[in-house]
Design a protein around this ligand. Sequence first.
Ligand code: ZN
Length: 594
Amino acid sequence: MGALSALDRLVERSRRIGADPALVLYGGGNTSTKLFERDHAGREQRVLRIKGSGRDLATCTARDFPGLRLDELLPLRERDAMSDEEMVDHLGRCLVEPDAPRPSIETLLHAFLPATHVDHVHADAICALANAPDPAAAARDALGEDVAVVPYLRPGFALAKLVADAAAGARAVVLAHHGLVTWGETDEESYGRTRELVDRAARFLGLRPVELEVVPSSRSLLELRGRVSRERRQVLAVDAAQRALAERPDAAEIAAMRSTPDHMLRIGARTNGDGPVFLVPGVGCVAAGPDPRTARMRLELAAHSHATTAATRDRFGGASWLTEQEVDDFVHWPLELYKLTLSPPPPELEGHVAIVTGAASGIGREVAADLAARGANVVTADLAGADVEGDLTDPRTADALVEEAVARYGGLDAVVFCAGVAVTGPLAAVAEEEWRRSVEVNLTSHFLLTKRVWPVLRAQGIGGSLVYVASKNAFAPGAGFGPYSVAKAGLVQLARIAALEGGPIGVRANAVNPDAVFAGSKLWSEEVRRERAAAHGIPVEELEAFYARRSLLGREVTARDVAAAVAFLVSERSRATTGAVIPVDGGVPAAFPR
Ligand code: ZN
């Protein structure tokens, strides 16, 4: 064991660059080292190790650096032109390991520079210079005469040649509207030069490191969340640190610009009413995304883009950016879009926000897990063991639950009402307190929450889905099970009223009627089991088999079966269904919905 290998040092240097958001963000930038490696026959060859396309410098490992045979890359410099397709094809043929990740689009830029180590970053401070009305003059003033500046060109063969030509006799190259290229004969020299130039640029501009202040979303953003969710549901993330930027008279110009094309790829070419990022006066920056991670990523990219643009405008009295044609060429460029195809297709309920009550056990727990597995952002409620803990018969708990969903994700799309309690006893004997408790928990609590989610769904203007988990008992009650059966019958009626009143605002309301779901359920306490077994005249240990036998399908019903019906009702697959009751009881003729 001794010194780190050249590849290990490249990984270490890359991670150091990736760890500083002032240098690169989320897959931006790339690094390389030219070294000697032995091939399968033991022959020594010159290899360029460069970051794979779309790989993240902050978390990279040796596997993220495909190797290319340098002697097969260098002759390309003699050519006059090369198309992107030809270039990608050629790079593929030069790979040392054929199954390695696709090398960076900027591979030839690294290859053509003679230095052993090359770093390329999209640093905020450099981009603030590179987007000045005159990028070359700005870079010269801030960084000195020995830093070359090349005009904007989309990465590829032509840019690689341009940079190689400009680099002769220079210490570094600034790419207009793009970033910085530095190099050195040691890792430290290359990294140190990046650091030095970026720090100088920041001092010249008075640009401080960008810091986010991520805060909860609020009701004032519900309409915005609805607007960005019309095509596909999205969640919001909010940065209060950009409040001052949002108040500037030129906020619209700042929001419309990006500091590098790489930001443009991930947060959109420009900001309009559809987002995905907004500067909102009094709030700061709001970013929308199909999941919290993406929304947060966009929030961070926007923070850097906006701060950089503001710095350029403040220092130079204006800014320059790509032409419409260049924007179009970049955002529709297959080589950049390739990076976005690396992620799997989105799950069905991506971007959806769902509340599930009674989520600590039984059906509620299964429903919450199932919706989450389908990509929904779930906020759970129960007496204990949930995101929001408390008794839902208390209106304050219902209030807190709705606020939690809005604060975390910016809105709400679905509520699944699973909370319930089994209260038994013949009418002549049941305690009045017990009766009231059953109606409070099994019916009134669901009304309280329905009432409170209504204004949220209305403000968003994109509809929503309410799913009430009632019971087979709603249609086929059992003697001695009055307190429960009456409340559940009321719950089906509540669902139908919600469907009637929700239709005009696109809110669907449906019920699911399960029967005899035993596994993991707190509903079936020992007492209730004994009681129901006695009512049916069977031994208590035969209760499950008894319920299974009496159904048409003769099979046990599980919480999973209920969760599948709920998922259908929450999803767009049931967009034309409201006021319906779906039995999940194995088939009980007496309980057929009517
Ligand atoms: Zn770049």
